[in-house]
Design a protein around this ligand. Structure first.
Ligand SMILES: [Fe+2]
Ligand SMILES: [Fe+2]
Length: 163
């Protein structure tokens, strides 16, 4: 029986754990940013800092569920090329229902996952926009060995610690 927010139920969900482990294995030799639990949790915590600093209405349950699921579609992307935001949206819909999220919550979280690769307007405070922002801020370009070969533009790379 999980305690804390409903997002903790993901940690007991066999499909979620399978996908997380598979991504970890598939990214074993990857020199660029990976998409394991560290990245997912960094993203969740940064989203939550943004929520607190900007007094946004999203609950911790919604924020952590979105962050913990946002890159889960990477498994399908590696397997057959499906864009991971699209694959993730589909998988998240099923897993969120299994974790007890209602249809309105599933909709807002899945929408955020589907747009998390699209650069957001600076004033946009939708869940997808703060997921995009936190996802980028979670990357430690300032101490990354692969930064010179990384495809990110120089403006996008984090040169210092913001959050
Ligand atoms: Fe992503
Ligand atoms: Fe990500």
């Amino acid at each position: 029986m999980s305690i804390g927010g409903r997002y903790n139920r993901l940690l007991e969900n066999s499909e979620y754990l399978f996908l997380l482990n598979s991504i970890k294995e598939l990214e074993g030799e990857r020199k660029y940013c990976r998409h394991g639990i560290e990245h997912l949790l960094d993203t969740a915590r940064i989203m939550y800092i943004i929520k607190l600093e900007e007094n946004l209405p999203y609950s911790k349950d919604i924020i952590y569920a979105a962050a913990l699921l946002h890159d889960i579609g990477r498994y399908e992307q590696y397997k057959d090329g499906t864009p991971h935001n699209k694959a993730g949206e589909r998988t998240a819909k099923k897993l969120l229902a299994e974790c007890g999220f209602n249809s309105d919550e599933v909709e807002i979280i899945c929408k955020a996952i589907s747009v998390h690769r699209t650069p957001a307007d600076i004033n946009d405070r939708s869940l997808g926009a703060i997921l995009y922002k936190a996802d980028k801020l979670s990357r430690m370009c300032f101490c990354c060995n692969a930064k010179d070969e990384c495809y990110w533009s120089e403006e996008l790379k984090n040169r210092n610690i913001t959050l």
